[in-house]
Design a protein around this ligand. Structure first.
Ligand code: ADP
Length: 840
């Protein structure tokens, strides 16, 4: 039925299969091209062709899911629309693709597929005549009547639209000038129709049938508009949003499936969303907001940026666990066993956690304090949090707060911003999908502050049981009940936690571990865990206790066990290589073979693993050195103390306790004091205090070398090594005095003594904090004697008995006692000069 006059389309057409929608003759549509075949077509036909004919291509609606686009050409729909490519736009982002602007010319039927590659080309038969329509009134009979009815309905529809919109005015003019036969196609692509309906119009080759198919669609649109106008009267503001006509009538980038029952693709989408909104069981307020947004969404053209925003918002809302929760399965006895199984030592912390859980069991609506675990890194704070979630049978989610300095990180961005999103709390809830998870707020001490507001203030609301049942995220803009969430915080130090936040929390100190505890933790937890992680078995790798001791003392210096775990991981990796080699070459010679124990008795062939003969590989002293390299911390403390003017202090850092050397030297000069090693103000003052005290007591301690002032003609330089670390605090006072006393007297400080304490100008020793961590650090460094202020004696109770037994404690209340304990044979007496008895 090819036409005899008017424009003819070529009898062979390249075919472009599109998922984007259905192009009808007389309408224009944007098509996104990214499949291999279509890309080829654009490249070799549209971009290279020069004639007008080369820009005519056949558009075939492809009903298959683009995900399954394979090499195979899908079975083609037999009817398509020949279209003129008006514009081709190429882009490389996010992946190479083209966007075509195509104007539909006429229907065609595929009579024979000529080739499939690189793009399909078919022999086609033109079905519509082009530019050959006569004026509509020549049609008679049923067709004439139908076309007249259709025309009137179209006029009615346009009449209902706002004529001040230029597109509408143009459409009105078009209605009169277009031949009536073209109206079904043109209007079907303009009004709100689903792809399935458009396809029916496309398939209606017979004009009469086409009118019959398109007329109900038009009538439906008119009815819809009437309804809208009714509501519009109630809310005149929304007038401009009512835009039933979409230019081009296509939704770029949308896919469709003909199997779907829904009659309206767009409506279908929002209807699905509406269903989800209703099923989300959200509270009244949230539901109201959602329904309102949904109403707005329905009226919005999809091309509006706000459409995507609103959709995202609604999707977020329906995904939130408004009323989804897990049931707690709390059994205190089981909880105790689980906590004990998961963690060695940390008795105090476990006891408190059990108390907390017990109270929760008795009273489920407990508005108790938020637990905050404070301690050095790697002591198991996070992992206790995880265990708590497990004992309760709740979901666990960790929110890292380190470096967060923007309020909106917690509370979300308002929806007016582009790219706005909810805060971490709401996001976390969406991730876990229930409203009663355990949230671990990690590193609350590292919250920052910036111009964007104080995140700590936002956290206050989250953590306050009185307020958090109606926590309002800026993005959601409706309250969400956080009262079921169990918050646990962790921090390295309480010093930097904002006071108001600290006030909401119950601080539980998690101190560092002593060597023996670390060995136990390593053998009970870390080694089995690392073996499993590396796919090894105890039959393949054995780490004896002695080796663990050596790793702890020579390769790590930390309060927790994280770097110990890493070192064990490194050993596992090294052994994994050996085991894997043994896999391939059954008699592989291992370089560490000579170090490995030939413990053939325990050799067990693990299922499927062909263990080389030297299994298990036992890591001894030499193997350890092979794998981890030379010891990192072997500098003997005593080596540092071979000259007068060096003393060991004890310092507390967020990473746990540490020993700290203080060095002093003197040279000719004018009595000046130089301090180096990044000291804070308090530390500098301690140094001045120490010097003043020594000068005033120089005679008593025979430090003055005859002259009245020991510093006469001398400059003193005090240095605190590890200059990259800022040090501050009063507790180095006694160490500075001891160090200077050693320098001025020329005597060596005992190499196994460490000390801590604040001093006064009159030579008194005042108590300081962090005694437990400091004592553990001294124990780690193998020191024997620890001098601490007398008033800190009570703090020793927290220290494990066997550590206490290893150390010799001196409780000093005056500097005199400190000096006597720090030097072999006491301080002033050993010189052999006539003694001056201390007045202090
Ligand atoms: P933190 O949060 O305190 O920095 P983590 O909880 O991440 O430390 O602990 C680091 C690792 O040490 C984890 O693998 C954890 O299982 C392990 N660990 C720490 N303390 C213990 C312990 N007492 N018993 C068993 N494993 C522990």
């Amino acid at each position: 039925m090819s036409s005899n006059s008017g424009i003819q389309i070529p009898s062979r057409l390249p075919l472009l299969c599109t998922h984007d929608g259905v192009l009808l003759p007389g309408s224009t549509m944007r098509i996104s091209v990214d499949t291999a075949r279509n890309m080829q077509l654009v490249k070799s036909r549209l971009l290279k062709g020069t004639s007008l004919k080369s820009t005519i291509i056949g558009i075939i609606p492809n009903t298959r899911d683009p995900e399954h686009d394979s090499d195979e050409l899908p079975s083609l729909h037999s009817i398509g629309t020949a279209g003129l490519a008006v514009q081709v736009v190429g882009s490389n982002w996010p992946k190479p693709h083209y966007t075509l602007l195509i104007t539909g010319l006429c229907r065609f039927r595929v009579t024979q597929l000529l080739r499939e590659r690189p793009f399909p080309v078919a022999e086609v038969e033109q079905l519509d005549k082009l530019e050959q329509y006569t004026e509509g009134d020549t049609a008679d009979g049923e067709l004439g009547e139908l076309s007249q009815r259709f025309y009137q309905a179209a006029v009615q529809l346009v009449g209902m639209l706002d004529m001040s919109v230029p597109v509408v005015a143009k459409l009105r003019r078009l209605l009169d000038s277009l031949p009536k036969e073209t109206l079904p196609d043109v209007l079907a692509s303009m009004i709100r129709t689903s792809n399935k309906e458009k396809l029916q119009v496309l398939d209606a080759v017979d004009l009469e049938e086409r009118f019959k198919k398109a007329l109900p669609l038009l009538t439906r649109q008119i009815e819809g508009l009437k309804l809208l106008q009714k509501t519009r009267k109630l809310r005149p503001d929304d007038d401009k949003r009512v835009l039933a006509i979409r230019k081009g009538g296509v939704f770029p980038g949308r896919q469709f499936s003909l199997d779907e029952e829904a009659e309206d693709e767009d409506g279908d989408d929002t209807a699905l969303l509406e269903k989800k909104v209703k099923a989300a069981a959200m509270p009244e307020a949230a539901l109201r907001v959602c329904l309102k947004e949904l109403r707005r969404l329905k009226k919005m053209p999809q091309s509006m940026p706000e459409y995507a925003l609103t959709r995202n918002y609604l999707e977020m809302m329906v995904e939130l666990p408004w009323s989804k929760s897990t049931t707690d399965c709390l059994d205190i006895r089981a909880a105790r066993v689980l906590l004990d199984n998961d963690h060695y030592a940390m008795e105090k912390l476990k006891r408190r956690v059990l108390e907390y859980l017990a109270v929760r069991q008795l009273k489920s609506t407990l508005k108790g304090p938020i637990l905050c675990f404070v301690g050095p890194p790697g002591v198991g704070k996070t992992s206790v949090g995880r265990s708590i979630a497990r004992t309760l049978g709740r979901e666990f989610h960790r929110i890292a707060l380190g470096g967060v300095c923007d309020q909106s990180d917690i509370r979300g961005h308002r929806r007016t911003y582009v790219g706005s999103m909810p805060g971490r709390i709401i996001n976390g809830l969406k991730t876990v999908g229930v409203n009663n998870p355990v949230f671990l707020l990690d590193e609350v001490d590292k919250l920052g502050k910036s111009l964007q507001g104080d995140p700590a203030a936002a956290l206050l609301e989250v953590l306050d049981p009185e307020q958090n049942h109606s926590f309002t995220d800026h993005y959601l803009n409706v309250p969400f009940d956080l009262s079921q969430v169990l918050f646990i915080a962790t921090a390295n130090t309480t010093a930097t936690i904002p006071p108001a936040l600290l006030d909401r929390m119950e601080v539980l100190q998690v101190p560092g571990y002593i060597q023996e505890e670390k060995v136990e933790i390593a053998h009970r937890h870390l080694i089995p865990h690392q073996l499993e992680q590396h796919g090894l078995t105890p039959q393949q790798l054995q780490i004896p206790q002695d080796t663990t001791h050596e790793i702890i003392s020579k390769y790590t210096r930390e309060a927790g066990v994280r770097s110990l775990e890493r070192k064990i991981g490194a050993i596992c990796r090294a052994v994994a290589v050996k085991v894997a080699e043994g896999h391939k070459v059954s008699r592989a010679e291992s370089p560490t073979e000579q170090h490995a124990d030939q413990n053939t008795e325990t050799k067990v062939e693990d299922s499927g693993i062909a263990a080389p003969p030297e299994m298990p590989i036992v890591i001894d002293h030499i193997a350890l050195k092979d794998i981890l390299g030379p010891p990192l911390f072997e500098i003997e403390v005593s080596e540092r103390l071979t000259l007068p003017g060096v003393a060991i202090g004890l310092a507390w850092t967020p990473m746990g306790g540490e020993i700290m050397f203080v060095e002093a030297s003197r040279m000719d000069g004018e009595g000046q004091l130089t301090l180096t090693g990044q000291l804070g103000d308090v530390m500098k003052e301690s140094a001045h205090l120490a010097i003043s005290w020594l000068r005033s007591n120089a005679k008593t301690y025979l430090l003055s070398n005859g002259s009245a002032d020991p510093l006469e003609g001398t400059d003193i330089h005090l240095h605190f090594p590890a200059g990259a670390v800022t040090k501050d605090g009063p507790s180095a006072g006694v160490t500075i005095v001891t160090c200077l006393a050693s320098l001025l007297s020329g005597r060596l400080v005992r190499s196994d003594v460490a000390m801590t304490g604040e001093i006064t100008l009159r030579g008194l020793v005042l108590p300081v904090g962090g005694i437990k961590d400091k004592v553990l650090a001294a124990h780690r460094a193998n020191l024997k004697r620890v001098i601490i202020p007398k008033r800190n004696e009570k703090d020793l109770e927290e220290i494990p008995t066997h550590v206490r037994a290893d150390l010799d404690f001196v409780f000093a209340s005056t500097l005199d006692e400190v000096l006597n304990a720090a030097f072999d044979g006491g301080f002033p007496s050993a010189v052999g000069h006539p003694q001056v008895v201390s007045k202090l």
